[in-house]
Design a protein around this ligand. Structure first.
Ligand SMILES: [Fe+2]
Ligand SMILES: [Fe+2]
Length: 295
């Protein structure tokens, strides 16, 4: 069931997560308390770990696969500054110019402080790419597969926790009733706090994850739940709901010499019986395409 017949593939799409375009803020007046911490993190870590100069060659490689449908699950920026949003928007526009049909949503770093969330900074920069009805939203991939996009982010004073309200979970349930089988559910946060590949601390988890987990698990359809946020690749069958597979794609530009991984994204085939996933990893100055089995 996990590996469908390749001849029956009805849809194919690319999943890119956690780009984290970054910029260093030098204006001390722009360093509100949380931004100060985030900025420190940019200075100390992002420059080393997120190599922005790879943006254009990476985009060229993804485009060379000839798969026009592209899902991006948020964390386009590091601290929601205008400079980061401008760079992220330019990057997405460049993907569209290369022929991609892009579906995207914000991550928690795109609503970094209450101010950005209140002012709708993400919406200002990505408005034309967002569903006019807001999230959750139902879209269709070219072959007819439904893509249900679920809102899971919020601003926080210090933590990186997400949230989904009971109303949003109920609205997601209603969209899943109208969705195709199989169906893709996409969100910034995973609903599993732990798999073989990652373990999320309490301050980094999705609050009310159980409600969304239940809605997805009990929809009666074969589901691929695609998320980012944890910066780790993981593809695993749900321990409670065997109809659900969970994919988290690693951060697109993440430079990790220790893991011999210098960037990554996922490619997903959708067939009547289920899904097939390939992980693309950048190493030794070239891309590798690896088939992945569920854990
Ligand atoms: Fe992230
Ligand atoms: Fe995140």
């Amino acid at each position: 069931m996990s590996t469908p017949d390749t001849h029956a593939v009805r849809d194919r799409f690319v999943h890119i997560a956690d780009l984290h375009f970054w910029s260093v803020v030098w204006n001390p007046f722009a360093l509100a308390s949380k931004r100060f911490l985030g900025n420190l993190n940019v200075v100390l870590r992002r420059g080393r770990h997120f190599r922005m100069e790879r943006a254009e060659p990476f985009a060229d490689y993804v485009a060379s696969l000839g798969i026009p449908a592209l899902l991006m699950t948020g964390d386009f920026t590091s601290t929601s500054t205008d400079a980061e949003f401008r760079r992220a928007r330019e990057f997405v526009d460049g993907l569209v110019r290369r022929g991609f049909d892009v579906a995207l949503m914000p991550g928690n770093h795109d609503v970094y402080t209450f101010r950005e969330a209140r002012e709708g900074r993400f919406e200002q920069y990505f408005g034309p790419y967002l569903p006019p009805e807001g999230f959750p939203a139902l879209r269709k991939l070219p072959g007819g597969t439904s893509l249900v996009m679920v809102p899971t982010v919020c601003a926080n004073r210090i933590s990186s926790a997400g949230r989904i309200s009971a109303e949003e979970a109920a609205a997601t349930e209603a969209l899943l009733r109208d969705a195709s089988d199989p169906v893709i559910v996409a969100a910034h946060y995973p609903v599993l706090h732990e798999t073989d590949a990652y373990a999320s601390g309490v301050n980094r988890r999705l609050r009310n994850a159980d409600a969304l987990h239940r809605v997805v698990g009990e929809c009666g359809k074969r589901v691929l739940y695609a998320a980012g946020h944890v910066h780790r690749f993981s593809y695993t069958r749900d321990p409670q709901f065997p109809n659900v597979s969970h994919l988290s794609s690693g951060a697109f530009f993440y430079h990790q010499p220790r893991h011999n991984c210098f960037g990554e994204f996922s490619e997903i085939d959708v067939a009547p019986g289920g899904f097939r996933v390939h992980r693309h990893i950048y190493r030794d100055d070239m891309w590798e395409r690896q088939p992945v089995e569920e854990q």
